[in-house]
Write a protein that binds this ligand. Sequence first.
Ligand code: TUI
Length: 310
Amino acid sequence: MMKNICELLDIKYPIIQGAMANISKAELVAAVSSAGGLGVIGSSNNNKEWVRNEIRKVKELTDKPFGVNILLLSPHANDIAELVIEEKVKCVTTGAGNPGPYIEKWKEAGIIVIPVVPSVALAKRMEKAGADAVIAEGMEAGGHIGRMTTFALVPQVSDALSIPVIAAGGIADRKGALAAFALGAKGIQAGTVFLATKECPIHENYKNIVVNAKDTDTVITGSDQAPVRVIKNQMAVEYIRLNKEGASFEELEKLTLGSLSKAIYDGNLNEGSFMAGQISGLVREIKTVKEVIDEFVIGFTTYKESLEIL
Ligand code: TUI
């Protein structure tokens, strides 16, 4: 019998907080892990010392397991891949690439490896390479996205693999949690809903932009190779216009450079890049991390009960 997500990670609920660049730092990660889920540090493009510092801070704030996400596009990916072994982190998740070359070393070190996959093909390769589970993330998600929707991706990946699948993209409440299980997932990952929490260390404007967004308020920016979902604002519209007109990489970069920091730290509504998923429209108030987790758990209980009835 395959291990369930809670046994695999030694956590209470199969809820993973999706890594968010420069957002899921020690404060949020420790809060999620303390509430019974798995908090995950978003390494993003930060260097080894930055990530080590966040890991140490989480260890001071909680004795519960947590994870580190490695952005495989980052110039520091190799360094962080070593760091997680040095710091004996419980779990590594990866994004935006194929972590195949690292998996054997991580498994030797006893780390639980959970790559994000945008397709059945990569999911199968990850299972073969020794991954413990995969996160099947649909393009409803915020930030860098693939091309499949959660509803189509999760059941196909679940059918193709014998390791557990975690659903991500478009999950923000009990209904989403329940639906994920119906699609064959054994756990969920959520990012957007954790933006609108008291513990999330971002500018209040970022939280409010998510709370006030409606269903159709996100757009896809970024290049064709690396599409990025953000909340529609002046910056996003300008980016899409320039990209359509065939602007150079340099011109586009000038626009995006620092835009994430402008969102996270300055709350700059016009020039910031506010990454968030399509489910933002469902997020209507700022809650505590514990309230978000408790909401998801109601979805899981509904599923359990329905199994018992039939
Ligand atoms: O990685 C994410 N979401 C992210 S990363 C990020 S930081 C960033 N900021 C600006 C531009 C680019 C990145 C913000 N949001 N989600 C996981 C994810 N992974 N989505 C899609 C993928 C993915 C794509 C291709 C995973 C593997 C993959 O493999 C290609 C291959 O090599 O087979």
